[in-house]
Design a protein around this ligand. Structure first.
Ligand code: URA
Length: 261
């Protein structure tokens, strides 16, 4: 249960400096649970206490954890001159001052990539999930331009597995990718993999790093092209299949625990 000083909370919510907030509290305009509170040190229980200034009730939250099924044509950043951002998809209820930090997307998906994107105010979690040192596994569903026969599937799998020398793109240099896993429709039943037979243009790919256009460049390296990409999981967290592109929900307590443990 997060507790925070009353003057600090007010300052965080744009009521001026700590000194301004102390004066405001002393003026008798600040209420905690419907009683006037003139004690600047009052320790507010952020989950339970209701803080009101005149008629304005403050939305007090330390952190928020949101799972989004990112749709195409929105960018995974907080600002963009050209496109809508993932923050623009959120209801105004989420556009508040969080005590724990600013709301931001965890890592990036390309503008044309769909699927699981986390948004949070918890910088520590963001670091855990995105630091290259942690090798967090991310799984994607990819649809390829050229269907791949069984023999070539095996070739792709071996190449991805053994550390592909990924081609350069623009200013991005070539690099040797960490071992990645491919799963083809003949190998596993999965709601996303629907094509069965001698060739497939569908595949699941799991990578443990997050270089620029990594999945697209890996398939370009083996002479194919990704025409559709959707992220299905990040570490232990899977995309809620009930979320349509552009929809989101807060993580459950169990999901948050899964990520923080
Ligand atoms: N790899 C890509 O090429 N694009 C993404 O959006 C994510 C991983």
């Amino acid at each position: 249960m997060k507790k925070e000083r009353l003057d600090k909370i007010l300052s965080h919510h744009g009521f001026g400096s700590r000194k301004d907030c102390k004066s405001l509290i002393h003026s008798g305009r600040v209420f905690v649970n419907e009683s006037v509170c003139t004690n600047c040190d009052f320790s507010v229980d952020c989950d339970v206490d209701v803080v009101r200034i005149d008629d304005e009730i403050l939305q007090i939250r330390e952190h928020v954890y949101i799972m989004m099924n990112k749709c195409q044509n929105v960018v995974s950043s907080t600002k963009d001159g050209l496109h809508k951002t993932v923050l623009d998809l959120l209801s105004p209820d989420y556009k508040i001052n969080y005590l724990g930090g600013d709301l931001h997307p965890v890592g990036r998906l390309d503008v044309d990539t769909e699927g699981l994107l986390l948004l949070t105010t918890d910088g520590k979690l963001t670091h855990t999930l995105t630091s290259p040192k942690n090798h967090v596994v991310k799984t994607y569903y990819a649809r390829l331009k050229n269907p791949v026969d069984i023999e070539t599937q095996k070739k792709y799998s071996d190449l991805f597995n053994s550390g592909l020398n990924v081609i350069a793109e623009g200013h991005e240099q070539s690099f040797v990718a960490k071992s990645a896993t491919l799963i083809w429709p003949n190998e596993k039943k999965c709601e996303y993999l629907t094509e069965f037979g001698d060739a497939s243009s569908e595949v699941l790919v799991s990578i443990s790093e997050g270089k620029y256009h990594q999945v697209k460049r890996m398939f370009a390296t083996v002479g194919n092209e990704v025409v559709y990409l959707k992220r299905l999981s990040v570490g232990p967290l899977s995309l809620d299949a009930g979320l349509k592109p552009g929809e989101y929900r807060e993580l459950t307590a169990d999901e948050i625990k899964l990520l923080l443990d």
